[in-house]
Every structure is written in C-alpha cells, then in structure tokens.
Design a protein around this ligand. Sequence first.
Ligand code: PLP
Length: 385
Amino acid sequence: MRLTPRAAAVPLSRTLALDARAKALAATGRDVVNMTAGEPDFDSPEVVRAAAKRIVDEGRVRYTPAAGRADLRAAVAAHLERTRGVPYEAAEVTVCHSAKHALSGTLLALVDAGDEVLMPLPAWTSYEAMVQYAGGVPVGVPPRADMGLDLAALEAAITPRTVGVLVNSPNNPSGWVATRAETEALCELARAHDLWIVSDEIYSRLVYEGEPFVSPVQCGADARARTLVVDGASKAFAMTGYRIGFVAGDRAVANTVANLHSQLVGAPNAVGQDAFQAALVAEPPEVEAMAREFDARRRHVLARLEALGLETPRPRGAFYVFPSIRGQRFGGDADAFCEALLEEEGLAIVPGTAFGLDGHVRLSYATSMQIIDAGLERLARFLSR
Ligand code: PLP
C-alpha cells in the first residue's frame, strides 16, 4: 500500500524505540539494565487513584467537550495562576491527551509550510518530527558548554522565515534550568523578532537547587501574550499512563487546538481528566516526596559519574543526566557508544543524537537506586575496557 511521504517520513520515537528494544532483549532472557525511560517509577498519588476509580464506578466515563471539561479547564487556569503567578482564564486552556498531544496540536496550529522553528539544543526527541509533520523546518541551535541557551547563536539563526521558538526548561535531556535572566533575554528576543514561544514546562515541578522555576509568561505582558505553555500530569504526578496534559495561552490558538482535536481524536479521556483535576486541586504530598527522592538520586548519580571521569553538565531539574562521552571509547560517537554498551554490558541508555547533539548520552534516574547502581557499574566496566 502506498504511504504518503509526509507520514512515511515520521520515524518511531527514538526514546520509545530504545525502551522497547531494551524490554524486548530482556524478554529473551538477556540481563538488561534499562536507564532509557523518562517515566517516574512511583505510583501516582492516592487522590489520583481514588478519583480514577470513582469516575469509573459512577459511570461518568462519557465523551467530554473537545477542549476538556469546563471544571478541569478552570482548575488548570487556577493552577497556572498559583504556580506561575499570572492570571489565566478557563477559555485560554485546552486540555489534551498528554503534553505530547498538546505540543503536536499547538505546532499544527502555528506552523505553516516552510516556516522555520528555532529549537535550542539539546531538544526533546519529538520536536523535530512534530515541526516537520506540520510542514515546517526545525532549526536546531547548539547550546553553550553548560547546556544553557546560547542567545547570540539563537539570534544569528533567525531568518525572515522564522516564526517561533520551542523551549524546554527544565530540559530533557540535559537537566538545564533557565534562569530568570535567560528567560527574560529569550522573551526580549521573541519580542524583537515577533516570534511565538512554545514553552514545554512538563518538568517545572522538578527543580532542585533552590532556584524558582521561571516561565516566559512571568516576563511581562508581551511575553505572556506570545507564549503558549504546555504542561501535563505525566511527570509531576507520576501519571504517564493517564495520558493527560494541556496547552494554555492565546485564545485563538487554544480554540484551534480544540477544533483540530475535535476532528482528529474527539476529546481527552474522561478518567484522565478527573484524575488530573484531583491532583491539581489536592496538591498531594507525594509530589514533594517524589521530587526529594529524585534529588537524592541526582546527587548520587552525579558523584558516581564524576568518579568515572565523565564530564557532566550539572542538571538542576528534570530527572536525567547528560554526560559527555568525548574522549571515551568511540571518540564521542554516541550512537556507536550506546549500541556497544547494550551489546557488551546490557545497559540501555539514549544517545545524544536523539536530541540533536552528538558526543553525549542520556541516563534517566527515574528508576530505583539499585537499578541506578547496577547501571553505573556496567558503565564503569564498559569505560575501563
Ligand atoms: N515534553 C518533554 C520534554 C518530555 O520529556 C515528555 C515526555 O517524556 C513530554 C513532553 C511528553 O509528556 P506526556 O507524557 O504528557 O506526553
């Protein structure tokens, strides 16, 4: 059967593919340690589980409006106001099946054929495919050595075809967190060149070094107006399988995303909506406890990587480390490094090329200390060969 070139060009997500490969290998009896997954290894909070069971038991599992239930949209608006300190209205929020779904809908609404979209690197693996599917051209911009935004390089990459910038802080894969000054400078750049900002804030609850998370929407009225915030339940509330997220900002964009989704997927699922609302309203204590545990793992992993002599940009958020492998086996070729690591030692991690940056590898510490230690032991053995 003939596939459209547009659809056929979409590859399976690298991170999902690697995770699946590690699991398939383990299923054949291979001893595999899997540090690929960007998925909290905790149960979702008690209130979330109770809300999910309740809605099923009460039989309220029906279609909802395409933009999500009105009370959930209001709860998201209130949550944004509480966490970002900026007022939002329910009409500016469209609930989606996930942050991924919110990002793809938003990019389909904003990106036209030939439009260029700036992506500070390293960039989460799906951005490139999403922009391309919308007909746009993703323009990766390498970071500073500490993985922070290189604003001069970003500005130099702007052309008359540039329409927006896709930013992700705290960052997957590097753990970089934008400071207020960096965020303000990004907003100024967007204002000067009339760009929209899509701000992927899925890890905003996971910031470890005492600094506040700063969203572009906190940088004045102009930035608030040109920024679409994308966030969701997966990481903060350990709700990956509930598939629920949202986009918030310009009403016309929020409306267009809802219209698109009304035709393509109908409406976000009812169970996820109730469960997410319960989490947003309750602010469950498990969230803080999870963040503390991630922080303990982060410190542990960093110390171990340092002892191995791997130069690692200090992650201040999310739950990944992104050490450099230049000067190690395979001379910085991350694909070859990860392939051999899986073959020789049964350790699955993600090459930096999945995020547009060779010479680095990503290890997720959203897994138990035992798995982390087993993985790092294998990595040490592999490096010493
Ligand atoms: N954005 C980033 C940077 C992510 O790392 C992920 C998940 O790994 C997502 C978005 C998607 O999250 P969701 O599970 O809500 O689709």
